[in-house]
Design a protein around this ligand. Structure first.
Ligand code: SAM
Length: 291
């Protein structure tokens, strides 16, 4: 039997089950085997490793994960897809299908239940684009024992995750991702690689989990609060945005503080490196401007 990723098998499955796509769930199924190969290779799986797939659809990626990994668990929100997945995945004993919303799933519990015997776990997915950022943030912030995340996302989102300071793409998403991971762009994927074809380009990005965060900060919550506040209005200077902490009356003091740590107050947030953000958050905390 042909692989699910082939256009003819995908169309057969869809026809047989009278499946109709739900745009609201970001349902664009991959039909390009070459892209699939690149995703699997980037994940670096083997028999000893597990894979968590988010949104398996009709199982094109799930099938390749089943061949490459020791254990695959796929979480799919759309109940209509569960019987289809159970049928097409029946030849693969190492696959578990879980119905649920990944954003509401207790991932620590899922790890214990599904991956206890695995030596390492990767998250591998063609993500639903309407919830890409919340999913990535949940995976990173819950500090799960995962080795890497290999995901298909909208091209612009991949560029923001991998951006360096100084450009228009660099923002709070770049900092959150790069704090926890080393990003690496794997490939750009045109709309015609999916059914139905989205009218945007996509990209596969690999986020390799760092053993330690990129910078050392005494309080992570404060660090990310400073980052969010610094980017709150991109056209404003750093000092203007950060005056949300100092209040207008102490803005002179805030500028002085920034100068003391070697940062010009009139710079824009997108020019600061992670290390500079760490210094800013530490200085603001010590000054008592942040509680
Ligand atoms: N993996 C399949 C492929 O590559 O062909 C399908 C990818 S499709 C872009 C995204 C999938 O995520 C859909 O099957 C959709 O139903 C599912 N999905 C959407 N939101 C979800 C959520 N919050 N939790 C779990 N799955 C979700």
């Amino acid at each position: 039997m042909k692989e699910i990723v082939t256009s003819s098998r995908t169309r057969d499955i869809i026809r047989k089950h009278r499946f109709t796509f739900k745009k609201s769930l970001g349902q664009n199924f991959l039909i390009d085997g070459h892209v699939l190969d690149q995703i699997i290779e980037a994940a670096g799986l083997d028999e000893s490793r597990g894979a968590l797939e988010i949104g398996p659809g009709i199982g094109s990626l799930t099938e390749q994960l089943a061949k490459a990994a020791g254990k695959v668990t796929a979480v799919e929100i759309d109940r209509r897809l569960i019987p289809i997945l159970q049928e097409v995945m029946s030849p693969y004993e190492n696959v578990s299908i879980v119905q649920g919303d990944i954003l509401k799933t207790d991932l620590k519990q899922l790890w214990q239940d599904q991956f206890a015997s695995c030596e390492g776990v990767s998250v591998v997915a063609n993500l639903p684009y309407y919830v890409t950022t919340p999913i990535i943030m949940k995976l990173l912030e819950e500090k799960l024992p995962l080795e890497n995340i290999v995901v298909m996302v909208q091209k612009e989102v991949a560029q923001r995750m991998a951006a360096n300071p100084g450009g228009k793409d660099f923002g709070s998403l770049s900092i959150a991702v790069q704090y926890y991971c080393e990003p690496q762009l794997v490939c750009i994927v045109p709309g015609k690689a999916f059914i139905p074809a989205p009218n945007v380009d996509s990209a596969v990005i690999k986020l390799k989990r760092r053993l330690e965060p990129a910078v050392s900060v005494p309080d992570e919550a404060k660090f990310f609060h400073v980052v969010q506040t610094a980017f709150s209005q991109r056209r404003k200077t750093l000092a203007n945005n950060l005056s949300a902490f100092s209040g207008k009356e102490r803005k002179g003091e805030l500028s002085e503080l920034l100068l003391q740590i070697g940062i010009q107050p009139e710079r824009r947030a997108e020019t600061l490196s992670l290390d500079e953000f760490a210094r800013v958050s530490e200085a603001l905390t010590k000054s008592g401007m942040m509680n």
